[in-house]
Design a protein around this ligand. Structure first.
Ligand SMILES: *[C@@H]1O[C@H](CO)[C@@H](O)[C@H](O)[C@H]1NC(C)=O
Length: 404
């Protein structure tokens, strides 16, 4: 049975950041006139510049971590989709096969870690035919197996760390050894997803919670739709600040929240991506409104950019860190919002203008040949794997969001 859980949309705090989809005129170079062939070529060159770092024995790229490597494969698969090519199909399929052979559920850290690769890849339905892998991340309780119906299917099973409505009521979760907070800040904790499968780890992250909306869309299975709705509500009720920015973590045992200053692009990016699918799956325009409001807030947030619009988060010329690639995940989410917003040209213009700001900054301020600094306002520097990783989604998205 498909059941909508009743809830109230657009709380007081959301009303405080009503959408303004105008492109800020203070942004630096928010358009570009490069034609499709050139944009494809720029993206392909950027990918080819990181490829020598690929270690095919473990599907990782020298200089970045496991989940960051997953983001490179994601950009390669997206490139092929948007350019209409199969240039990277072999590397993507082989890389994912290798990672899966080495680590069940793509989880490098086994019982002790988070399935970071799953967070990074988030394959979209159109990738199914391309990479012959069907994978979504953990949203549902208990083991789950999915089979992609190709001649040599890769079966992926996941154990899930979601708090169900029943868990929230009982104060227990089958895979956790502590008492669950059924409510935090007056809101139900149902729909939140634990960050790690470890039995005593209590953290619930917005980005781990994500949504099963892609899975719902592809399978048409109400189980996934309901899980997606519940998780979307959890984030809506608990994880949006007064400026419309998605917060990071809540402790599932004692409700402690991450510091108010922990505002990262990818939390908003993953939520936006999921909402864009959820509004299509459910046909519920309230999700469209929420998606649009949050997109406008995140795109214009002074937390991670100045008045010129260039994202400054994660700029790290001399060493890799987790935050370097967050902005790439944000851009990827915005691309999905754009694709699914053909009925809202103002939003599409805002998104392509925003990506063009980043694109032009990378090409004009941060480029050294075909390599890019993780500091998008520049200056250029010698190649780093992490800087290159962070740039890929901007290059790939520019294929899509600009025309012709
Ligand atoms: C560009 O990269 C090369 C190495 O490929 C490096 O030697 C050079 O210093 C870099 N240029 C700048 C401006 O950093």
């Amino acid at each position: 049975m498909f059941r909508f859980v009743p809830f109230v949309f657009l709380s007081q705090s959301l009303a405080a950041f009503a959408q303004d989809l105008g492109v800020p005129l203070t942004w630096r170079e928010f358009s570009n006139s490069r034609l499709l062939a050139e944009r494809i070529s720029i993206a392909e060159d950027a990918i080819n510049t990181i490829l020598p770092q690929l270690d095919t024995s473990d599907a990782q790229f020298n200089g970045i971590g496991y989940w960051q490597s997953g983001n490179v494969f994601s950009a390669m698969a997206n490139f092929d989709h948007l350019a209409g090519t199969t240039v990277y199909e072999t590397q993507v399929v082989d890389g994912l096969s290798t990672a899966f052979d080495l680590y069940s559920n793509f989880d490098q850290y086994g019982a002790y870690g988070v399935r970071f690769l799953s967070m990074s890849l988030l394959f979209r339905p159109y990738h199914l035919t391309r990479i012959k892998i069907y994978y979504r991340w953990r949203l549902l309780p208990g083991p789950m197996s999915l089979k992609y119906s190709e001649p040599a299917p890769i079966i992926i099973s996941c154990s899930f760390s979601v708090i169900t409505t029943a868990d929230a009521s009982s104060g227990t979760q089958p895979n956790k050894d502590f008492a669950i907070a059924g409510t935090c800040f007056g809101e139900s904790m149902a729909g939140g997803v634990f960050w790690r499968p470890t039995v005593d780890d209590t953290s619930i992250n917005s980005v781990t919670t994500g949504l099963s909306a892609f899975l719902a869309e592809t399978t048409g299975d109400a189980t996934y739709t309901n899980a997606a709705i519940l998780s979307a509500q959890w984030i809506q009720n608990l994880q949006i600040n007064a400026d419309g920015i998605i917060l990071d973590t809540v402790d599932g045992a004692d409700c402690t929240r991450s510091p108010a200053s922990w505002l990262f692009t990818y939390n908003s990016g993953k939520y936006l991506e999921g909402l864009s699918v959820l509004k299509d799956v459910t046909g519920n325009s309230a999700w469209t409104t929420l998606m649009t409001d949050i997109a406008a807030a995140a795109i214009k947030s002074s937390v991670w950019e100045g008045s010129n619009g260039i994202i400054t988060e994660g700029a790290s010329p001399t060493a890799n860190n987790d935050g370097v690639g967050f902005k790439a995940i944000f851009i990827r989410g915005l691309d999905e919002v754009s694709v699914r917003s053909s009925d809202n040209s103002a939003l599409q213009i805002l998104i392509h203008s925003y990506n063009d700001v980043q694109y032009n900054a990378l090409l004009e301020l941060a480029a050294n040949g075909t390599s890019y600094s993780s500091s998008w306002p520049g200056p250029p520097q010698a190649f780093t794997t992490w800087g290159q990783l962070a740039a890929l989604d901007v290059m790939v998205t520019a294929i899509n969001t600009n025309s012709p």
